[in-house]
Design a protein around this ligand. Sequence first.
Ligand code: TXA
Ligand code: MG
Length: 351
Amino acid sequence: MKTIIQKIDPENFQDEELDEACAILKNGGLVAFPTETVYGLGGDGLNPAASARIYAAKGRPSDNPLILHIASMDDLKEIAGEIPDGAYKLAESFWPGPMTMIFKKRESVPYETTGGLDTVAVRMPSHPVARELIRRSGVYIAAPSANLSGRPSPTKHEHVIEDLDGRIDMILASGPVGIGLESTIIDMSVPEPMLLRPGYITREMIESITGKIKVDPVVVSRTPLKDLKPKAPGMKYRHYAPRGDMEIIEGDEDQVVKKINSLTEECERKGIRAAVITTDENRDRYTCKNVYSVGARKTEGSIAAGVFDVLREMDHIGAQKIYAESFESDRLGMAIMNRMIKAAAYQIVDV
Ligand code: TXA
Ligand code: MG
């Protein structure tokens, strides 16, 4: 399949520039588009055939449900069965924006989109291209992250092209996204709301609106929990992992630098290509040839935006061994560490 790659300037585009993308969506085709979190792979969420195409293009297991993207609260009422008061409050505070809520689904939403579940995940994105695409097409856009299943989520259109060129109808190329980590997911279909995936909207921010919430134990676990099934099916799959073997080195900062330097020097002696994932503050302290910074520790947001790009870079340079520093686990750090730990397949070394 030939994929149309269409440039759209997110800060200055004419709505008509989205007409072809809208026509593709209405006809059951697939369009990758920017959101403020990561690029999404969009299709008509109420059309079972379009959902099936999304799974095929990504190589995604069909029990892993999709998020429906909407443009207004009226849209929400069309697809969600019961909307508790707390959800209205959260929507008022964080929509449009990087938060997804789970609701009981209405009949209009096919099981092909929800992976067979009676619930549906819904998000109202704030990115101007995403908003206009939903509004103009009149389609509730089902969109997982626009990567091949298992790879890091795409934060630039180049990442989408790398994974999906030739597999979908169109890619809207709008440059890098702002946040760089997928949305926070909170389950509002149960009596006590539960955080299923940490993101830019932190637990602390949610609790300031709803009061105390639960957190799915798998989200913060530092060891694989064999007997625990994550509530968000997607959290159980191998994810984000670079091809090389990745370890997180944790402890006193000076000790961590020392340990990583000795590990990469050993790799060099053995002819193994090693790489280091660090931050702006520490990048000059490493002796390894391949040192990559995810951003500055003093601005967590820059780290969030840099993580997936650096993980992809590991494959581009063919890193066989990857040593990464660790991050705090509260606020936005919870989301960053959640992704890093999965990328490292839970290999964490204490020094
Ligand atoms: O920021 C985002 O959320 C991006 C952009 C494109 O909006 N989308 C995204 O979609 O990250 P995806 O498919 O990569 O991740 C969706 C996650 C998966 O872990 C999935 O299992 C979970 O949401 N999910 C979807 N529907 C669910 C449901 N009904 N119940 C529980 N988890 C659900
Ligand atoms: Mg994804």
